[in-house]
Design a protein around this ligand. Structure first.
Ligand code: PGA
Length: 253
């Protein structure tokens, strides 16, 4: 019912020249796979280069890592949903932990961005996740459910069914510390249950990806865990060969 998603979050890496070279190499190693969705989140300045380099591969989709919470106006340095769509993006990360914790993005802003994204026909990948402190205080479920509720607050049930979620425990991002497949599965099940409460059976359509120090060694065991429908990968997506290998992981369904 859900197509597994492999999403590369390049963060502040790979400008247009690198991005083109990456795509060339990646494409040469990665045959089309109709049973999964492949998504690249390059920096905004490299979106056009990735779209262009992937023009003969409609199976490779491009997204932006962030958009502004207003649609236009005097916001120097920002990018809007309409601009992202115009540049060829089809998806947008919203509420990534670095946006929340490094740039101070609020729950309210994530809700606005999700709304704008859906209106612009971009699929929002809403990221939720707890810090180490929150985990140690046994607040994981409360935190991810609060972030989920805020992020989806302005969507209709049908719209909720069209988004993608990512569970990314903050303590696992870029630290080499991964959640165990069991940890990931148990939070994914909590998110799935909350979605079911909100939109009933349509909850089965929403892919829930895991992110946080995913690499070639742990990708398959995560993907084979119940309720883990894909991966959102930072560091291990920066190398074309390595990322190609991860996107060819067994998905067992
Ligand atoms: P990481 O990043 O794979 O480098 O831990 C994941 C992310 O931030 O999306």
């Amino acid at each position: 019912m859900r197509t597994p998603v492999f999403a590369a979050n390049w963060k502040l890496n790979h400008g247009p020249t690198d991005a083109r070279a990456f795509l060339q190499r990646f494409i040469s190693q990665t045959p089309r796979q109709s049973d999964r969705t492949l998504l690249f989140f390059p920096p905004a300045l490299s979106v056009a280069a990735v779209v262009d380099a992937a023009r003969d591969r409609p199976d490779l989709l491009v997204g932006v890592q962030n958009v502004h919470a207003e649609s236009h106006g005097a916001f120097t340095g920002e990018n809007s949903v309409a601009m992202a769509r115009d540049a060829g993006a089809r998806a947008v990360l919203v509420g990534h932990s670095e946006r929340r914790h490094v740039f101070g993005e609020s729950d309210e802003a994530t809700g606005k961005k999700v709304r704008l994204a859906v209106d612009a026909h971009l699929v929002p990948m809403l990221c939720v996740g707890e810090t180490l402190e929150e985990r140690e205080a046994d607040a994981t479920e409360a935190v991810v459910l609060r972030q989920l509720t805020a992020g989806l607050s302005s969507l209709t049930d049908t719209e909720v069914a069209s988004i993608t979620l990512a569970y990314e425990p903050v303590w696992a991002i870029g630290t080499g510390r991964t959640a165990t497949p069991q940890d990931a599965s148990s939070i994914h099940a909590v998110l799935r249950a909350a979605l079911r409460e909100r939109i009933g059976d349509k909850a089965a359509h929403v892919p829930i990806c895991y992110g946080g120090s995913v690499n070639r060694g742990n990708a398959e065991s995560l993907l084979l865990s119940p309720d883990v429908d894909g991966l959102l990968v930072g560091g291990a997506s920066l190398d074309a060969d390595g990322w190609s290998a991860i996107t060819r992981s067994a998905i067992g369904r």
